[in-house]
Design a protein. Structure first.
Length: 128
């Protein structure tokens, strides 16, 4: 009887270890510094930066910028397309902001005057 209990215990522990490693794999997202060494600014082509990158749920975008010069607004498509800065989902302004990605499309713009119109905007697709 003791041998069967031990075998059952070992099987359960093996199962739990496998499940934990699977969950750990999916919980760990990649970190992407937007603009790489250039950061979030008004002279960089962010959509070119995102080309070829595959973003997944749980990945993190890091926006580095001078907080006295820029901010980050997470917006919907209409605000992204028209550079509408008074309608946003979320606003970031500390200069080192992290955004955990959710499935679907995500749009970001700078809310400082004319920065979005000058190209300081990013749109990505996040896969599950």
């Amino acid at each position: 009887m003791g041998s069967q209990t031990y075998q059952c215990f070992c099987i359960i522990m093996l199962y739990l270890c496998i499940m934990a490693s699977i969950n750990l794999h999916y919980a760990k997202g990649e970190m992407y510094t937007v603009g790489d060494i250039y950061g979030w600014n008004d002279f960089f082509d962010f959509n070119n930066w995102s080309d070829g990158k595959e973003f997944h749920v749980g990945d993190v975008l890091v926006f580095n910028y001078e907080s006295s010069l820029h901010n980050v607004l997470q917006v919907d498509y209409k605000a992204y397309d028209g550079c509408i800065t008074d309608s946003y989902i979320q606003r970031f302004n500390n200069g080192n902001d992290s955004v955990v990605l959710k499935e679907g499309r995500a749009w970001f713009i700078c809310g400082v005057e004319n920065h979005c119109q000058n190209g300081q905007k990013l749109n990505i697709t996040v896969a599950s």
